[in-house]
Design a protein around this ligand. Structure first.
Ligand code: UD1
Length: 417
């Protein structure tokens, strides 16, 4: 078990470079097995979710070579077999192997994925999509066998614009016969990044980033080189830290357009920041105004930044509201924030925050990845020492968080307990 200890109240200044996007990389790695040759992916973040995906690739017999941030995957030696539950439950994104393996080998055998407990997280839309393409789904307890004699393009309407279902159906349809149309597709930048990767291999995917994606099936996919886009959620988390503790904190190697909803909210509450071509420089101000946020699919306010943003709202004058519309269980950070001094009440899916309130260091828990990030934000701001346990969640998604924050002046250590 690991613990993060933070001595709060220090100013953050200098530069933090953003890593490759977790939610892109965790789809690109499984997508690589659709190829017939070796692919190379650059800007892969060094996080434990990627280690788990490498474990699955090794289990299947793929040849992988990794350097600092580059991963080369040669799937030609894969022996399609069941992916054991111990590995698939380590992360949510293991479900992308279902679409990719089905797309390539027409039969996938694996277990229900893991990931943060932020809601029920069903995979019915993924499975419906596979069925529409001609697959049969057998579900025994936690195990799924998805099999097709032939995959045929189909028109698929998603009842919810799900990121996972959009990507998974795209993966299964890339080598299917004929044309697939996904309507009400999710539009997140990570989906565009995955579609670009597949197109670089020779796939024909049009419209990624809009709500209608067309996939024209191809027979072969060839080698390519691809880069993971910067992590907009990691960037947003450090930008929020800058708004609370920064003095000219430069968060660089990001795509500002991917952060528009966050930056508009920061402007609204009165945060002082400058946006460059690939960076945001931010300093803390004395007074912030309250605001309301509602999490929505992209380009709306990202649910993954809701928890860190709530910490910022504790420092805004007046009443702010956070309404979570994507996940039903994403307020687990709130009791810990109140134990640090925040004034927050939750009713149904809305948290009402009255601020500003000073925060004081105490012992808290990272109940999930982004709740953990929120705890780090709160601890940096708080007076005194905060001990965060269950930090394995944080390390699943934030590359080198200890080094990145220490380098800009935070007093933060990771301890084995
Ligand atoms: C992805 C992100 C996660 C982010 C979320 C929403 C990854 C690895 N994770 O998760 O960080 O919080 O998008 O931006 O990329 N749903 C169904 N049935 C399905 C699939 C989804 O009902 O088959 C529902 C979910 O319960 C949820 C909503 O749709 O309420 C959105 O989920 P989805 O976009 O699929 O999230 P993930 O892909 O799991």
């Amino acid at each position: 078990m690991k613990q993060i200890i933070i001595e709060g109240g220090n100013t953050l200044s200098g530069e933090i470079k953003i890593s490759g996007a977790k939610n892109s990389a965790v789809a690109l790695v499984p997508a690589s097995i659709l190829c017939d040759e070796e692919v190379t992916i650059d800007n892969i973040p060094n996080i434990s979710d990627i280690d788990a995906l490498k474990e699955i690739l090794k289990h299947l017999g793929a040849k992988i070579k990794s350097t600092d941030s580059t991963l080369s995957i040669d799937p030609s030696s894969i022996n399609n077999k069941e992916i054991p539950e111990e590995i698939s439950k380590k992360l949510r994104a293991s479900y992308y192997f279902m679409g990719a393996i089905l797309g390539k080998y027409k039969k996938a055998m694996m277990y229900f994925p893991g990931g943060c407990s932020i809601g029920a997280r069903p995979i019915d839309l993924h499975l419906k999509g596979f069925e529409a393409l001609g697959a049969k789904v057998i579900n025994e307890g936690n195990k799924y066998i998805v099999e097709a004699e032939e995959l045929k393009g189909a028109n698929i309407y998603l009842d919810i614009a799900s990121v996972g279902a959009t990507i998974n159906i795209m993966l299964a349809a890339v080598r299917a016969k004929g044309r697939t149309i996904i309507d009400n597709a999710a539009k997140e930048p990570e989906i565009v990044n995955v579609a670009t990767f597949l197109n670089n291999m020779g796939a024909k995917i049009r419209g990624a980033g809009t709500s209608t994606i067309k996939i024209y099936g191809v027979e072969h996919l060839h080698k390519c080189f691809h880069e993971v886009i910067p992590d907009r959620i990691e960037a947003g988390t450090y930008i929020i830290m800058g708004a609370l503790c920064g003095d000219n904190l430069k968060v660089s190697n990001l795509i500002p357009e991917h952060l528009e909803s966050l930056l508009s909210k920061l402007e609204e509450i009165g945060v002082d920041f400058e946006v460059g071509a690939d960076f945001v420089t931010i300093s803390r101000s004395e007074k912030y105004k309250s605001t309301n946020i509602k999490t929505l699919v992209y380009p709306g306010f990202p649910t993954d930044l809701q928890q860190p943003f709530t910490v910022l709202l504790t420092q805004c004058k007046g009443k702010s509201k956070v309404t979570e519309t994507i996940w039903e269980n994403r307020f687990m950070h709130i009791p810990y924030l109140t134990s640090m001094g925040a004034d927050i009440v939750i009713k149904n899916q809305t948290a009402t925050i009255i601020g500003p309130t000073p925060l004081k260091g105490t012992e808290v828990v990272a109940t999930d990845l982004r709740a953990g990030a929120a705890m780090v934000v709160a601890a940096l701001l708080a007076s005194g020492k905060t001990k965060i346990t269950n930090v394995e969640h944080i390390l699943r998604g934030y590359e080198n968080i200890i080094e990145k924050l220490s380098n800009v002046g935070a007093k933060i250590v990771l301890k084995e307990i």
